[in-house]
Design a protein around this ligand. Structure first.
Ligand code: CU
Length: 496
């Protein structure tokens, strides 16, 4: 009898976990209002809850809904002339990193990484992606840039994957200076590692204190080639003795890495694209970089020789032509942003949130889309049973992220930057520590806060991309927003 019940329960779990061939991001997850008032959402009732619809008055008011496709840059001037315009051709290719081993992957304009895109703060940026022959389709996501939702590049949520022979035009205003990167958000667990990514730098509108700056992407290709801007080994950036140089570093891998500076002091000027307030000199510390994260380091070229910025297996030598700097092992001391720099105003009151969410990451056996496995959970639930975080525009939101899953997770919220309030109950005391990619280790608990100021449907997921495939995905859903796009095996859209 008990056995029969157990079998029935398992069978029901399996049945209930299966996804339809096409489904909307609006159907994903169980609405969580974070202690605030219920909000409207699109037409789709949650799966398993027929007749869901509008939680406020029980009816859908189509007239009140805004489509994610209409959440664009400069809606009043859709044809405004861009300041920066780039065309990118995505192709399937045999890729050989400089000094590295070949693999079957992808290129953008014939190379991986794709071209570095540079804009100045305030510029209207237009990027046209042409998919020449990437069979599964492709998109571009602007990692860390709080773009309008229609430009977020998430297949099946904010657009359809760009099929071979087709194009898509991204337009956004480069509002926040900083270091970012772009990558495909279609079948991303395969396309990003195999080459569909590049650097995006938004230069400040006011002149910077540094003599020059250089962007470097750390990446491990499928051939196990560990690279810096596509080169295995060391790169060199020319600078004169005494020059202060901003080295913009992005970790484009699925796993954590670290960077350090051999032979001199350095400062951490920015984290995840946001300048640190009052950065002080550091020495002999390694700076951890979780998946997707960026750090801008300021180094000063010595009077003789050069200075070397290192990461495991790769490095950047900064100095005059022909100069060199010794390699050093990774320092044992670890840079901690939670005490670094000087506090300053956040611009909002995080002590009086409109909504407070919890994002507890765990792991347990169960079914994800009918597949048995040992899946990631959010607040104890797998897949569609995980929460959908519901917000209204203007809400001040806090989120407590904990992890008891046995592994660390680089958590990435699209469309917003969150500020770290505390870690393991210890308040942040340094510069406001703004993140879009936050490493939450097993056993850790972070309290973060943000202002819901960018309407749309935004992924909030693990950027160890295979983990996203394994269900570590939720969405932040704004009041009154709807998406016409669909995911699932019948749609060609597979954002993870
Ligand atoms: Cu993860």
């Amino acid at each position: 009898m008990l056995l029969a019940l157990a079998v029935l329960l398992v069978a029901w779990s399996w049945w209930d976990s299966r996804l339809p061939g096409a489904y909307s991001a609006e159907e994903m997850g169980v609405p969580d209002y974070g202690g605030g008032p219920a909000t409207h959402r699109g037409h789709q009732p949650p799966l398993g809850a027929p007749g869901g619809g509008d939680p406020v008055d029980g009816a859908d008011d189509a007239a009140d809904l805004v489509s994610v496709a209409d959440l664009i840059a400069s809606p009043s001037q859709p044809d405004a002339e861009p300041d920066v315009r780039v065309e990118l051709e995505a192709r399937t290719a045999q890729v050989t990193p400089e000094n590295g081993k070949a693999f079957a992957g992808f290129t953008l304009n014939g190379s991986s990484p794709g071209p570095e895109i540079r804009a100045r703060q305030g510029d209207l940026v237009e990027v046209v992606v042409h998919n020449v022959d990437v069979a599964g389709g492709a998109t571009l996501h602007w990692h860390g840039v709080d773009v309008p939702n229609a430009m977020d590049g998430v297949a099946g949520v904010t657009q359809d994957a760009v099929a071979p022979g087709e194009s898509f035009t991204y337009r956004f205003v480069a509002e926040d200076a900083g270091t970012y990167w772009y990558h495909s958000h279609q079948i991303s667990h395969r396309q990003v590692v195999a080459g569909l990514f590049g650097a995006l730098v938004i230069e400040p509108s006011t002149p910077s204190d540094q003599a020059s700056d250089v962007a470097v992407l750390l990446h491990t290709y499928p051939s196990n080639s560990r690279s810096i801007n596509g080169t295995v080994g060391a790169l060199w950036h020319e600078a004169a003795p005494g020059d202060r140089v901003r080295v913009r570093i992005a970790n484009t891998d699925n796993g954590n890495t670290a960077v350090w500076v051999a032979g001199g002091d350095f400062r951490v000027l920015a984290i995840d694209g946001t300048d640190v307030n009052g950065p002080t000199a550091l020495r002999d510390q390694r700076v951890p970089l979780t998946a997707g994260a960026r750090a801008d380091l300021e180094v000063t070229v010595p009077a003789t020789g050069a200075i070397r910025v290192q990461a495991p297996g790769v490095s950047l030598v900064v100095g005059p032509a022909g100069s060199n700097a010794p390699e050093t092992p990774s320092p044992s001391a670890v840079f901690d942003p939670i005490t670094y720099g000087t506090p300053t105003d956040l611009g909002f009151d995080a002590t009086a949130p409109d909504r407070s969410f919890v994002y507890n990451i765990g792991r347990r056996p169960g079914f994800l889309d009918g597949r048995p496995g040992y899946w990631w959970t959010v607040n104890g639930n797998i897949g569609m049973a995980a929460p959908m975080y519901m917000v209204g525009e203007g809400d001040v939101v806090t989120m407590r992220i904990t992890n008891q899953s046995g592994e660390g997770h680089p958590m990435h919220l699209h469309g917003h930057h969150a500020v770290v309030l505390s870690r393991n109950g210890v308040p942040a005391t340094g510069s406001p520590w703004w993140v879009d990619s936050l490493d939450v280790d097993h056993g850790e608990a972070y309290e973060v806060a943000f202002v819901a100021d960018n309407p749309g449907v935004w992924m909030d997921h693990c950027h160890n991309l295979p983990h996203a495939v394994e269900g570590l995905i939720t969405h932040l859903m704004y009041d009154g927003v709807t998406t016409p796009f669909r995911m699932g095996k019948d749609t060609g859209n597979e954002p993870e």
